[in-house]
Design a protein around this ligand. Structure first.
Ligand SMILES: Nc1ncnc2c1ncn2[C@@H]1O[C@H](COP(=O)(O)OP(=O)(O)O)[C@@H](O)[C@H]1O
Ligand SMILES: [Mg+2]
Length: 259
């Protein structure tokens, strides 16, 4: 199974949108995909796929906490069946680990270790792709998750995107001894001529731009103001948004999951 983390430097740059559409695209191609929402910041009503709120990550973390009374974190192992009890089932077949009610979890002093245990167990599942959606906080639990990935996709929008912030962020990670060779950029929304061109972005950041996702037609301003992510998968209706779905498809091609 390939593990892909979706991350961004600033909130609201499109992580959740891209995470669920990538996951949905691969699932609709007949592969088995897990989408795990590890965002501890966003409000619960911003769930990506309109699924029920239970079971969720909190339930799984509680189970890990319970087991950690009697054994070290690295010894906590779940079978496929045990772990699947914490998943929600989307109609596409996608399995979703939801992070409902998670704000208080971020303050758990062992959250980084518990998340590592979670991610390592997820990685052992006999699925084709694991997509981990994150929040944009600079917390230790995010660093743990980034290091568990085969690939980290940094989503950047072109309204606010700031190459300097990215360069600083990468340098800070490197200074702390973390590797960033497996990081790539996904530009969410086509760069306009006033913004830094892709080549320059690649040169300055040292990261490859793996895809450019266009703005969905008709959804530019309203959806940015609402707090509610839509419940549909855009990739399930390619005829409605062909360029968006094509762009998601070409990121999937680059990931090499379907080949
Ligand atoms: N390419 C896009 N086209 C249209 N709307 C988008 C696009 N990417 C993101 N959005 C919208 O922008 C808002 C923020 O995106 P979201 O994925 O929730 O960001 P994040 O998870 O990084 O905080 C959401 O309402 C989402 O639907
Ligand atoms: Mg999000």
């Amino acid at each position: 199974m390939k593990t892909v983390v979706i991350h961004s430097i600033h909130p609201r740059e499109g992580k959740t949108k891209i995470a669920k559409e990538l996951a949905g695209f691969v699932q609709l191609q007949g592969r088995q995909v897990i989408l795990a929402d590890l965002d501890f910041i966003a409000d619960p009503h911003r769930r990506a796929l309109g699924l029920p709120s239970k079971p969720n990550l909190e339930d799984l973390l509680q189970e890990i906490t319970k087991q950690s009374d009697t054994k070290p974190f690295f010894d906590i192992q779940f079978s496929k069946e045990q772990l699947e009890e914490f998943f929600l089932n989307h109609q596409s077949g996608l399995k979703v680990l939801s992070s409902e009610n998670s704000k208080k979890l971020a303050n758990d002093e062992d959250i980084a270790q518990k998340l590592r245990t979670t991610v390592r167990n997820l990685k052992k599942m006999p699925y084709d792709l694991l997509i981990l959606d994150t929040d944009s906080s600079n917390r230790d639990y995010n660093q743990v998750v980034l290091q568990e990935a085969d690939l980290v996709l940094i989503v950047m929008d072109n309204f606010r995107y700031n190459v300097k912030d990215l360069v600083h962020y990468l340098r800070d990670l490197n200074d702390m001894g973390y590797d960033t060779d497996h990081f790539r950029i996904v530009l969410n929304k086509i760069p306009n001529p006033l913004q830094i061109p892709v080549e320059e972005l690649e040169k300055e950041s040292g990261l490859k731009v793996m895809g450019i996702i266009p703005v969905l037609s008709g959804s530019i301003s309203p959806s940015y103001d609402t707090q509610t992510e839509d419940i549909h998968l855009i990739v399930s209706q390619p005829e409605k948004n062909p360029s968006f779905v094509q762009a998601i498809g070409s990121v999937v091609d680059e990931l090499g999951i379907l080949s």
